[in-house]
Design a protein around this ligand. Structure first.
Ligand SMILES: [Zn+2]
Length: 228
């Protein structure tokens, strides 16, 4: 259940066709084509990267935490994990991972959960749910695809450490990530990637200090860049 399958990538960032920084607290949306490889780098360590995937050709199909957990028989994600859709299709496969712990259960922080978890006056804090809703309502690609605030499923929290206790509870604890750790996945279908780079200041998963991430995409292998 908690096996870390640490594998490094041989892909060279100099060959990436997308190489962007997403500041802490900001959303990021991009179409990643089938066969392309997508990497998220935790630049400063312990950053929670809340992520969703949608099928642009059929937007009711999207990443499904429940399908991924039940088909993998694992709560956590690492190299070799298939990320399943709610239609039972593999959307992406994790092909490299130097962190080894990515959460499927914790969900996205929200004004409401911030208030319950931390303090009443945290209600106005910026949250991942707000970032996702903003992307769904205003991002040009989401608009083009007809996505709206109704299209918000459960997300992955890359790099976030959420152990399950013996009693079945969830703990939000200090991350196991570190500066430069990354997770890399191959798109098995065209996917829209939607990220909220978590702004959460009150959660040890962000080391109480939200930080930027780097996002890279490599073209499909058949275009000349082999993935090993
Ligand atoms: Zn968050």
């Amino acid at each position: 259940m908690s096996v870390h399958n640490l594998i490094e990538s041989r892909l060279d960032p100099e060959h990436a066709v997308v190489d962007e920084i997403c500041p802490a607290g900001e959303p990021w949306v991009k179409l990643v084509k089938k066969g392309a490889t997508f990497r998220i780098v935790d630049l400063e360590g312990n950053q929670a990267v809340d992520t969703l995937f949608f099928n642009p050709a059929h937007t009711p199909e999207r990443y499904s935490a429940t399908d991924t957990i039940s088909r993998q028989r694992s709560l956590y994600l690492t190299t070799g994990t298939n990320l399943y859709s709610n239609f039972g299709n593999v959307m992406l496969t994790i092909v490299a991972d130097t962190c080894g712990r990515h959460d499927t259960l914790g969900g996205a922080c929200a004004s409401e959960s911030n208030r319950v978890r931390y303090a009443l006056d945290k209600y106005a804090m910026h949250s991942c749910r707000d970032s996702f809703l903003h992307s769904l309502a205003h991002d040009p690609l989401c608009e083009q695809l007809g996505l709206t605030k109704r299209d918000l499923p459960s997300n992955i929290n890359f790099f976030m450490n959420v152990p399950v206790t013996d009693a079945g509870g969830l703990e939000f604890v200090d991350g196991v990530s570190a500066p430069g750790k990354y997770v890399e996945m191959r798109a098995e279908m065209d996917v829209v990637v939607m990220i909220s780079n978590c702004p959460q200041l009150n959660n040890p998963c962000n080391a109480f200090n939200p930080t930027p991430i780097r996002l890279l995409v490599w073209e499909p292998a058949e275009k000349g860049i082999a993935h090993v």
